[in-house]
Write a protein that binds this ligand. Sequence first.
Ligand SMILES: [Zn+2]
Length: 221
Amino acid sequence: MVDREPWRDVELLTPPLPCLVGEGVFDHFAWWPSTTITWRCHAPALVRNARSTDPTGMAFVFSREVLRIPAELARLHVGRASGVGEAMCLAPYAIDDATDELFEQRIEPRSVLWLIADNLDALFWGLHDWSHFHNHGSFEARAATELQCDLAALVWLSLNREVIGLDASDLDSLRDQAARAHEQLCLAQPHTHALPSRWLDTAADFNHLLAQLASPDGELR
Ligand SMILES: [Zn+2]
C-alpha cells in the first residue's frame, strides 16, 4: 500500500467576472481572462479562520522563474511538509510588482504561478490576488479596486465550495467581513472613487449577484 501525500492539489474554477465597479477603475480589465488556479492544501482539511490583513500559510509558487518579480523560498512560508521542496514563491510584499510585471510582459498568470494555502484566510487572499493578476489597474481607486477583487474571490469560493469544503456559514462570514473591510477602505480614503458594496450587504444580495452571473444572460462562463 502506498502512503498518500499529506496534501491535495485541486484545480479551482476561476471564470472571469464582469467589471462590477464602474469605468476607469482598471486600465486593462481582464487583459488575460482567468480560467483556473491550481491550489494545494497542505493540511488534512482547510483551517476555517477569519479574514485578516496579513495572511499566513500561503505561497504563490513559481513554476518557472519570471525576471523582475521578487521571489523567496516557498518553504519559508508554507513549511517543508507542503512538499514544495526548494521551489521559489512570489515574495508576499510583491503582489503589486507581480500584477504589473505579468501585465507588462503579457504572461498568463497560471503559466507561472500556483497557490499553496492551508487556511480560508489565505485561500481568500490568494483568490483576491488572482483577480489582481488578471485585471490591471493603476490602484488609484483603491476601495473600488479591492472591492472587485474581493467579489471575485467570494464568487470563486462559492463556485468551488464543495471541492474546497465550505458551507453557507463560511461564505456568509467572509461576505460580511469583506463588506466591513470595504466600508473601512471607503472611510479611510474618502477622496478616492468609492461605491457602496451593494452586493455584499446581506447574504441575499450576494446570492442575487451569483444568480445574475450564472444566468444565461450573465457574464460568468
Ligand atoms: Zn488587493
